[in-house]
Ligand binder design. Structure first.
Ligand SMILES: NC(=O)c1ccc[n+]([C@@H]2O[C@H](COP(=O)([O-])OP(=O)(O)OC[C@H]3O[C@@H](n4cnc5c(N)ncnc54)[C@H](OP(=O)(O)O)[C@@H]3O)[C@@H](O)[C@H]2O)c1
Length: 282
C-alpha cells in the first residue's frame, strides 16, 4: 500500500504542492501518493484525527487552516510556536507533531538558491504580515547583523522590530514609503508584502524601483505568482542578484518531505516541477 501524504486548505485547487511533492516521491522511488484535500473549517478537527491512522505519513497545511490545526496536535516545534502557525504535520505511530518549515525554507533558498549567507548582514524586510514574521525570526536565528522593517502600517513594523530585538537582532521600523532610502545600505532585500502578486491588492506595484536598489544587493521576492514579479524586474534592471519566491516555496516543501520520508529531498526535481506547474498557470 502506498503511504498517504497531502495538503489541506480551503480552497485548495491553486496549490502547486501536489505537483512538486509527487515529482519528488517519484524521483526517489518512494511508494507514496500526495494529494490535495479541500477541508471546510468545521471539518478540520475530524480530518486531523484521521491522520493518526497507520499509512499516513503526514500533510502540509495551507490557508486558512495553519492556526486552526494547532489544538488537534500533540506537540508543535519552536518555529511553529513562534509563527503561531503550522504548515507541516508529521504522524509517528499515531502521535502528531506540528512544524513550520517556512523559515527553514527561506534560509535554504537563500543559501542553496543564491549562495547568500545572512550572518552579519544588514537586511531590509518589506512587509510585516505573516510571512515577514517567519522571515524575521529566521534571519534572527541565522545571525543577521541588523534589520530594517518597512511596512505600510507602521505599528505592525514596530511590533515585528520588537520581536527581532527580543531575538537578539537590532531592528528599526520604518514606513514603506521610506524604504527607498533604507535600501542603499542593505545586502539583502526581502519582499514580504503582497505587492506584485497576481489577484493581490496591487498586481503591478513594486515596493522599490531600480534606482533605489544597490547593484551589490540580493533581492528576494517571496511573491511567486507571477514567477517574474515587478520587483524582480526592477532589481534585474539595477544589476542586482535576484531570487524568486518559488525557491522558498520549494525549499519549505523539501523540509516537509525530509521530515516525512527521512530521506534527502531532490530539490532540483522539485524546483523544476514547481516552475513548470506555475508556467502552466501563467
Ligand atoms: N514563497 C513562499 O513560500 C511564500 C510564503 C509565504 C507568503 N508568500 C507570499 O508573500 C506575500 C505576503 O504573504 P503574507 O502571508 O505575509 O500576507 P499578509 O500576512 O496578509 O501580509 C501582507 C503584507 O503586505 C502588505 N500589503 C498588502 N497590500 C499592500 C499594498 N497595496 N501596498 C503595500 N503593502 C501592502 C501588508 O501591509 P499592511 O500591514 O499595511 O496591511 C502586509 O505587510 C504573498 O504574496 C504570499 O503569496 C510566499
Amino acid at each position: 500500500m502506498p503511504q498517504r501524504l497531502g495538503i489541506i486548505g480551503h480552497p485548495i485547487g491553486h496549490s502547486i504542492s501536489p505537483a512538486f511533492q509527487q515529482a519528488a516521491l517519484d524521483a526517489i522511488g518512494f511508494d507514496g501518493v500526495y494529494q490535495p484535500w479541500d477541508v471546510a473549517p468545521d471539518a478540520v478537527g475530524e480530518f486531523i484525527a484521521g491522520l493518526r491512522a497507520p499509512g499516513t505519513l503526514g500533510i502540509n497545511v495551507t490557508v486558512p487552516h495553519k492556526e486552526a490545526v494547532i489544538p488537534f496536535l500533540d506537540e508543535v516545534d519552536d518555529w511553529a510556536a513562534t509563527a503561531g502557525a503550522v504548515n507541516t504535520i508529521v504522524n509517528r505511530d499515531g502521535r502528531l507533531t506540528g512544524h513550520n518549515t517556512d523559515g527553514i525554507g527561506f534560509l535554504r533558498a537563500l543559501r542553496d538558491g543564491a549562495g547568500f549567507e545572512p550572518q552579519d548582514q544588514a537586511v531590509l524586510v518589506l512587509g510585516a504580515g505573516g510571512s515577514a514574521r517567519g522571515v524575521v525570526y529566521a534571519l534572527a536565528r541565522a545571525g543577521a547583523a541588523r534589520l530594517t522593517i518597512a511596512n505600510r502600517t507602521l505599528e505592525r513594523a514596530q511590533r515585528l522590530a520588537q520581536i527581532s530585538a527580543d531575538s537578539g537582532v537590532p531592528a528599526q521600523a520604518i514606513a514603506l514609503s521610506d524604504a527607498p532610502n533604507a535600501a542603499a545600505s542593505a545586502a539583502l532585500i526581502v519582499n514580504c508584502t503582497s505587492m506584485g502578486m497576481v489577484h493581490g491588492p496591487d498586481e503591478t506595484g513594486s515596493p522599490l524601483s531600480a534606482a533605489d536598489i544597490p547593484p551589490a544587493a540580493l533581492v528576494n521576492d517571496l511573491v511567486y505568482n507571477p514567477l517574474e514579479t515587478p520587483l524582480l524586474r526592477e532589481a534585474a534592471r539595477a544589476g542586482a542578484a535576484v531570487l524568486g519566491g518559488i525557491q522558498m516555496l520549494v525549499y519549505q516543501g523539501a523540509a516537509s518531505f525530509e521530515m516525512w520520508t527521512g530521506q534527502p529531498a531532490p530539490a532540483p526535481v522539485m524546483l523544476e516541477a514547481a516552475t513548470a506547474a506555475m508556467r502552466r498557470r501563467e
